[in-house]
Design a protein around this ligand. Structure first.
Ligand SMILES: [Zn+2]
Length: 477
C-alpha cells in the first residue's frame, strides 16, 4: 500500500512490465522498507482538537489513567533510531534440523537465522537493537501478497516459543525440495515472524537456565504491558483495579511510562508493518502459560471479536486434533478475557495495540496512547466504552490471537528438564504443520490461493509430498 504511494508513473509502468514476466524471475522483489513513521503519524493525529488540560478533564469524567503516555517526541526519536536493515545472504543454505533439547545462546540462534537467509525463500531483517544492543529480527518466509504475522519471545522465561517459531520456518524450508504444495504456497503467502522481541531477556534466561522467575527486559519492564494501546492504564469509575498491576520493576511492571522501552517500539513498528502496511490476515502473539488461546477483546466490535474468536477456535481444534495417538491429553482451551478487560487499569499488550491499529484507532499526541479519532472527535476507549460505534476500520480481515503453550512451570526457562519437554510439545500439537494450517486459513481469504490448494489437493497423489491438512473452507463473517 505504502509502496504505491511512493512510486512514480514510470515506476508503476516498469512494475506493470515486470508483472508480465514469469513468476520465477525474482525471488526477492524489492526492498523491505522501514515502517514509515510519517505514515503512522499521517494516519494519526498531528494536532489534537483539545489541549492537554481539557483532554485530561474530559477523560477524568470517565475514570483515571494510572500510567503516563508516550510523548510524541520520544516516539519519533525511538521509532527512527534503528530503521529496518535487511541482512544479506552469506553463503549456501545448509540443511539443519533444530534440536529443541540443545542448550542455546542467542548467538547460536542468530547463526541459524543467518543460515536460513541463504534460502531463496527466506529474508532476514534487523528491525532494531535491544536495550543491550542485541539485534531484534524479523524472518520473512515466502514471496506472496497474503500475509501472516507471528511474534514471540516477549517474556524471557517463555523460551519455548522463540525456538519453535524458528524451527517452524526451518522445517518448512527443509521440506521444500520434496513438497510441491509448500513451494507453491510460498508464491502466494508471506509469513512475517518477529522471532524474539526481548533478546536480552532471552539471553539472560539461556545463561541462567533455572532462573525462571523473570519475564521482563533488562530494565525490569514487562514489554507486554508497555504498549501505548487504547486500554493502557485506563481505570473506569466503579471498576475494581486489576490485581496484577505493580509499580516497581519486575513481572507485570509497565514501565515509567507507556512505550518507554526500545523493545516495545521495535515491536510496535512490526505490528504496524504487518497489520497496516502488509494487511496481515493473522496476527499471532506467542507465549507459554497454560495451553490457552486468547482471541478477541471484550471491547472490540462484534465483527472484530468474532473474526479473531473463530480463528482461535479453528487453531485450537487443529492443535488438539494432533494430540490423538500421542501420550499427552493436555488440550488447548479458549479463554475469554473478563468483561472489565480494558477498563480495570491494566496496561496494553501487543495484541491490544494490534487490535487498535486494525480498528483505525490513532496515536493521540496529547495523551500518548491510542484513541478513537476522526476529524471532529477524539475519544479514549475509557469514554467510548466499546469500539462498536467508534471504529474506523483500517483493516477488516486480521484475526488477532495470543497463544499460550505449555502447562506448568517445569517447561519454563532453559534447564535440561525444561528442554526435555519441548520436543514433545512441538510434536504433540503438530507444530511442524501449523504453518500449513495457517496458510490454508489465509488462503480462504484469497480465492486465488484457495483454487490452487483445491487443485493441488485433488492432484496430490501425483505429488511427491505428504499433503497439508485437509482444507477447511472457512470465511469469517
Ligand atoms: Zn507471556
Amino acid at each position: 500500500m505504502k509502496n504505491l504511494r511512493h512510486q512514480s508513473i514510470f515506476q508503476l509502468f516498469i512494475l506493470f512490465l515486470a508483472s508480465h514476466q514469469p513468476a520465477e524471475a525474482a525471488t526477492h522483489p524489492g526492498p523491505i522498507e522501514d515502517p514509515d513513521l510519517a505514515y503512522f503519524l499521517t494516519d494519526t493525529i498531528h494536532c489534537t482538537l483539545l489541549n492537554k488540560t481539557k483532554l485530561t478533564a474530559k477523560y477524568h469524567a470517565h475514570g483515571d489513567y494510572l500510567i503516563n503516555g508516550l510523548s510524541i517526541g520520544r516516539l519519533k526519536e525511538m521509532w527512527c533510531r534503528n530503521p529496518f536493515r535487511e541482512i544479506p545472504e552469506n553463503g549456501n543454505f545448509e540443511y539443519s534440523e533444530m534440536d529443541l533439547t540443545q542448550h542455546f545462546t542467542y548467538e547460536l540462534l542468530e547463526k541459524r537465522l543467518l543460515n536460513l537467509v541463504n534460502s531463496p525463500h527466506v529474508r532476514l531483517v534487523e528491525m532494531g537493537l535491544s536495550t543491550q544492543g542485541r539485534s531484534i529480527y524479523m524472518l520473512v518466509l515466502g514471496h506472496g501478497d497474503i500475509v501472516i504475522a507471528k511474534e514471540g519471545g516477549t517474556h524471557s522465561r517463555e523460551t519455548f516459543n522463540t525456538f519453535v517459531l524458528v524451527k517452524q520456518v526451518e522445517d518448512y524450508v527443509n521440506s521444500l525440495d520434496t513438497n510441491a504444495i509448500r513451494r507453491r504456497n510460498l508464491e502466494e503467502v508471506t509469513v512475517l515472524i518477529a522471532v524474539c522481541t526481548n533478546p536480552d531477556g532471552l539471553e539472560d534466561m539461556l545463561r541462567h537456565p533455572r532462573h525462571v522467575a523473570n519475564k521482563t527486559n533488562m530494565n525490569g519492564v514487562d514489554i507486554n504491558r508497555n504498549f501505548f494501546a487504547s486500554i493502557s492504564g485506563g481505570l473506569a469509575h466503579g471498576v475494581k483495579k486489576c490485581a496484577t498491576i505493580v509499580n516497581k520493576p519486575g513481572n507485570f511492571y509497565a514501565g515509567k511510562h507507556l512505550g518507554s522501552e526500545i523493545e516495545t517500539i521495535v515491536a510496535s513498528k512490526f505490528v504496524y508493518y504487518a497489520i497496516i502496511e502488509r494487511q496481515a490476515v493473522i496476527f499471532e502473539s506467542n507465549h507459554q502459560a497454560g495451553n490457552i488461546i486468547y482471541a478477541g477483546k471484550p471491547y472490540q466490535t462484534a465483527e472484530g471479536f468474532d473474526r479473531s474468536h473463530c480463528f482461535g477456535e479453528l487453531q485450537k481444534d487443529f492443535l488438539n486434533s494432533n494430540l490423538e495417538g500421542t501420550a499427552s491429553n493436555e488440550q488447548f482451551f479458549m479463554v475469554n478475557e473478563d468483561a472489565n478487560y480494558g477498563f480495570d487499569g491494566r496496561v496494553g499488550t501487543i495484541t491490544d495495540f494490534a487490535c487498535d491499529l486494525a480498528s483505525g484507532f490513532r496515536f493521540c499526541a496529547e495523551q500518548g496512547r491510542m484513541v478513537y479519532a476522526d476529524d471532529s472527535c477524539e475519544m479514549p476507549l475509557l469514554e467510548a466504552k466499546s469500539m462498536e460505534h467508534y471504529h474506523l476500520p483500517h483493516q477488516t480481515k486480521c484475526a488477532i490471537i495470543t497463544m499460550e503453550y505449555g502447562v506448568g512451570e517445569a517447561a519454563w526457562g532453559h534447564s535440561e528438564r525444561a528442554r526435555r519437554k519441548h520436543p514433545d510439545m512441538y510434536q504433540n500439537y503438530g507444530l511442524d504443520k501449523l504453518l500449513d494450517f495457517q496458510m490454508n486459513y489465509a488462503g480462504c481469504l484469497s480465492p486465488k490461493l484457495n483454487q490452487r490448494l483445491v487443485l493441488d489437493l485433488e492432484n496430490k497423489h501425483k505429488e511427491d509430498m505428504t499433503a497439508t491438512i485437509p482444507l477447511k473452507i472457512y470465511c469469517p463473517r
